[in-house]
Ligand binder design. Structure first.
Ligand code: URA
Length: 336
């Protein structure tokens, strides 16, 4: 499949709302506004075929923070998602699997991830379970996540995530954060993991990073209600916002892969080093991953364009990088 090339669309007449203008003014590009364009594609697993070069636009001097520049996770080469799910966690310490890799979801204590009582439920998602029902669910036989998600629709998948006990992160969470946005969606936006506010509210990107993300999306004519679905690689908050562990990534990955399969986004916008490295199965720096279009191969053989950009939290710390993020958004907005 041939993915977007570097040929730039003709700039369209400026059409900005106040939110867009704030963002554009902030990055000094109010005048360079270009209208976004639609596209099409289908989804599911694996990494990475760089197909286009970085777009050209005024380049600020690189100001990479050490935390953003240095890879932390070493992702192995990607295993196809069609591989049979192993019965126990497969991730080795220090080597998180690419999200596309088939992963197991059995907890370290030997309890696989999702209570059968949740899996076998029909009808709408339930209200938060009273204590007795939670106990009952905890005692029910458990099904590995990779197996459980296979036939789930979006509502069922949400229910599975909310009830998930596939890794230790469930112990400290207030809410598992499934994701939020338009269904059907044009873009899937993938962040790292819920922070404190997201854990409290049960929705992704609701803190300061989320406000910046909303402004960035608005700058290219997108909104979380109408055009994008926002989620994270990890659905539960790691304590103290530490980096997720390989076994947590392995346990959670089937949820993201199923979300991609169900949502069939035209584009995936990956925010930050952790999400990019995990989704693309690489330990490359974000500086080397951004500025071109990658591809995520689906189980059906389709390929979804993947654009990597900086995490909004990083942009809040390093505002000079906002110009590059703007380039990334324009790249993501180009016609396939
Ligand atoms: N950071 C993320 O990566 N995801 C969120 O949902 C919030 C902050």
């Amino acid at each position: 499949m041939t993915l977007p090339t570097t040929a730039a669309p003709k700039p369209a007449a400026p059409r900005v709302n106040p939110l867009q203008r704030i963002w554009l003014r902030e990055i000094g590009m109010e005048r360079l506004w270009m209208r976004p364009a639609p596209a099409a594609a289908r989804p599911v697993v694996v990494p990475q075929v760089p197909v286009s070069k970085p777009v050209s636009a005024p380049e600020p001097a690189p100001v990479m923070a050490a935390a953003e520049a240095a890879p932390v996770h070493v992702a192995p080469s990607v295993a196809p998602s069609t591989a049979p799910a192993p019965a126990v966690p497969v991730a080795a310490a220090g080597s998180p699997p690419a999200v596309g890799a088939a992963v197991a979801s059995t907890r370290a204590n030997g309890r696989p991830g999702i209570p059968a009582s949740i899996l076998n439920r029909t009808g709408p998602p339930p209200r938060p379970a009273p204590k007795a029902a939670e106990d009952e669910a905890a005692e029910a036989p458990r099904i590995p996540v990779a197996e459980a998600v296979k036939n789930a629709n979006l509502d069922e998948l949400r229910e599975q995530v909310v009830a998930c006990t596939a890794c230790g992160l469930c112990d400290g969470r207030r809410h598992a954060v499934f994701g939020q946005g338009a269904t059907p969606t044009r873009w899937l936006v993938v962040g790292e993991a819920p922070g404190e506010q997201e854990d409290r509210q049960g929705h992704p990107f609701v803190g300061r990073s989320g406000q910046l993300l909303d402004a960035m999306l608005a700058a290219v004519g997108m909104s979380r209600d109408a055009d994008v679905f926002i989620t994270n690689v990890i659905k539960c908050r790691p304590p103290g916002n530490r980096n997720p562990k390989p076994e947590e990534i392995a346990a959670c990955s089937p949820y993201l892969m199923r979300q991609i399969a169900l949502l069939k986004p035209e584009r995936i916008l990956v925010l930050g080093r952790f999400a990019a490295q995990t989704l693309l199965g690489t330990d490359a720096t974000i500086g080397s991953l951004r500025g071109r279009v990658h591809s995520l191969k689906t189980d059906e053989g389709a390929e979804i364009p993947v654009i990597v950009s900086y995490h909004p939290a990083y942009l809040l710390r390093s505002p000079s990088e906002k110009a590059r993020a703007w380039q990334d958004l324009k790249l993501a907005s180009r016609k396939a």
